[in-house]
Design a protein around this ligand. Structure first.
Ligand code: NAP
Ligand code: F7E
Length: 348
C-alpha cells in the first residue's frame, strides 16, 4: 500500500532532499509551506506538478508551526503514516537576535505537532530533526547518544526542548517518535548564510571577479560536516526502524572553518588569506568550538553510511556555485552590452 508522508520544512535544504527521496521510494508526499510575499519553493519546484494534474504525488498545504489549528487541520486531512518535523528557525547566530520566536517555532513547534497527533487520534510515526547543537560546549569528544547536552544558543535550547518532548511523548503515550541528532550537513541547496555555502558562494564569485572580499567570524570553530542527501537517508532509516529511538548521525571527521576556506579557495587556485577579513559581527555571544560525532549506533543498527567525504562535499558545492557565478557574470555582460548598445544608438 502507498505510504503517505507529511514534511514540515519542505522548502528548506533537508525538506527538499527528503521529498525527493520519499517520492523515489513511492510515497505520496505532503509538505507544509508558509505564506510568503515572494516565492520560496525554489528547492522543490523541480518536484512539483500542477496540483490538478492526475497522479501528482507531491502536494503543498499552507500551515505554520506557530499555528496549532493549522497542524490539526492538516493532520485530519492528510492522515499521514509518517511525519518528519524539519521546520525550524534554524540559524544559530540569528537565534540570538530572535530568541523568543526561535523558541516558539523550533521548540514548541514539536509539541504542537505531537499534541495534534494525540488530539486527532491518528497513529503516524514522528521524526524530530534534532541537532548536534544540543551538545554545544560538549562534555566529551566524540559525542554519542549518551553524551550530556550543554546547548550554547537559543536555537540549541529550543532544540533541547523539542528533543525531550519527543522522548516524553514516546514514553508517555507510546508514540513511535524518534530523534535524529544530526551533525552539520551541507549541500548545493544550503542556505547562503551558513558558513559552508557562504564560503563556496564567495570564493566562486571572487574567482570570476564578481566580489573582492569575504567577511567571516570565528575561523577556529570545528564541525563534523556531511552531505545533506546522505543525511535524509538516515532520517528515513530512523523512521522505518523496528522501534522508535534516538540516533546520532555524523561522519566521524571534524574540520575547522579555516580548513573549509583553504580547501575551497585552493580548489579554485586562490589563496584565501588574500581575500578573507574578520568581521566581529559574525562572532556569536557563545560559540560551539568543537563538534565530532560518533555514529556507530546508526551504522550498526540501521546500516547507514555516509557516501560523500569532506573533500567531495567542498568540490560538489564549489562546482555548483561556480556555475551560478558564471551565469551571473554572463547576465552582467549581457546587461553591459545592451546598455552600451543603447548608448551607441542613442548618439545616432
Ligand atoms: P532550513 O534550510 O533553514 O529549512 C528550514 C525550513 O523550516 C524551511 O522550509 C522553512 O520555511 C521552515 N520553517 C521556518 N519557520 C517555520 C514555521 N514557523 N512554520 C513552518 N515551517 C517553518 O533548514 P535545514 O538545514 O533544511 O534543516 C532542517 C531541520 O534540521 C531544521 O529543523 C534544522 O534545525 C535541523 N538541523 C539541521 C542541520 C543542518 O546542518 N542542516 C543539522 C541538524 C539539525 P521557509 O522556506 O518558509 O523559511
Ligand atoms: O556555522 C562559524 C560559526 O552557521 C558553523 C545549522 O544548520 O548546524 C548549523 O549550525 C561555524 C560556527 O552552522 C562565520 O561561528 C565563522 O562556529 O554554518 P553555521 P552552525 O551554527 O554550526 C547545526 C548542526 C544546526 O542544527 C543548525 O540548524 O562557522 N563561522 N564565520 C561562521 N558562521 C556563519 N554562519 N557565518 C560566518 O561568517
Amino acid at each position: 500500500m502507498t505510504k503517505t508522508a507529511l514534511i514540515s520544512g519542505i522548502t528548506g535544504q533537508d525538506g527538499s532532499f527528503l521529498a525527493e527521496v520519499l517520492l523515489e521510494k513511492g510515497y505520496d508526499v505532503y509538505g507544509i509551506i508558509r505564506r510568503s510575499s515572494s516565492f520560496n519553493t525554489d528547492r522543490i519546484d523541480h518536484l512539483y506538478q500542477d496540483p490538478h494534474e492526475k497522479g501528482t504525488r507531491l502536494r503543498l498545504l499552507y500551515g505554520d508551526l506557530n499555528d496549532s489549528s493549522s497542524l490539526n487541520t492538516i493532520l485530519r486531512q492528510v492522515q499521514p503514516d509518517e511525519i518528519y518535523n524539519l521546520g525550524a528557525q534554524s540559524h544559530v547566530r540569528v537565534s540570538f537576535d530572535i530568541p523568543e520566536y526561535t523558541g516558539e517555532v523550533t521548540g514548541l513547534g514539536a509539541v504542537r505537532f505531537l499534541e495534534a497527533i494525540r488530539e486527532t487520534g491518528i497513529k503516524p510515526r514522528f521524526y524530530q530533526a534534532s541537532s548536534s547543537e544540543l551538545f554545544g560546549n560538549a562534555f566529551e569528544t566524540p559525542q554519542t547518544e549518551a553524551t550530556p547536552f550543554h546547548p550554547r544558543s537559543p536555537y540549541g535550547c529550543a532544540k533541547a526542548y523539542a528533543y525531550y518532548i519527543t522522548v516524553n511523548y514516546r514514553e508517555s503515550y507510546g508514540l513511535f517518535a524518534s530523534n535524529g541528532i544530526l551533525f552539520n550537513h551541507e549541500s548545493e541547496r544550503r542556505g547562503e548564510t551558513f558558513v559552508s555555502r557562504k564560503i563556496t558562494r564567495a570564493a566562486t564569485r571572487i574567482k570570476l571577479g564578481l566580489q573582492d572580499k569575504l567577511y567571516m567570524g570565528n575561523l577556529d570553530a570545528r564541525r563534523d560536516w556531511g552531505y545533506a542527501r546522505d543525511y535524509v537517508e538516515a532520517m528515513w532509516l530512523i523512521m522505518n526502524a523496528d522501534e522508535p529511538d534516538d540516533y546520532v548521525v555524523a561522519t566521524g571527521e571534524t574540520h575547522s572553518v579555516r580548513e573549509f576556506l583553504e580547501k575551497t579557495f585552493g580548489y579554485l587556485d586562490l589563496d584565501w588569506e588574500k581575500y578573507v577579513e574578520i568581521d566581529p559581527r559574525y562572532f556569536r555571544p557563545a560559540e560551539v568550538d568543537l563538534l565530532l560525532g560518533d555514529a556507530s549506533k546508526v551504522r550498526r543498527q540501521l546500516g547507514w553510511e555516509p557516501k560523500v567525504t569532506f573533500d567531495g562535499l567542498v568540490k560538489l558545492m564549489t562546482d555548483y556555485d561556480l556555475q551560478l557565478a558564471k551565469q551571473e557574470a554572463e547576465a552582467r555582460e549581457l546587461k553591459h552590452t545592451s546598455t552600451t548598445n543603447k548608448a551607441r544608438w542613442g548618439s545616432m
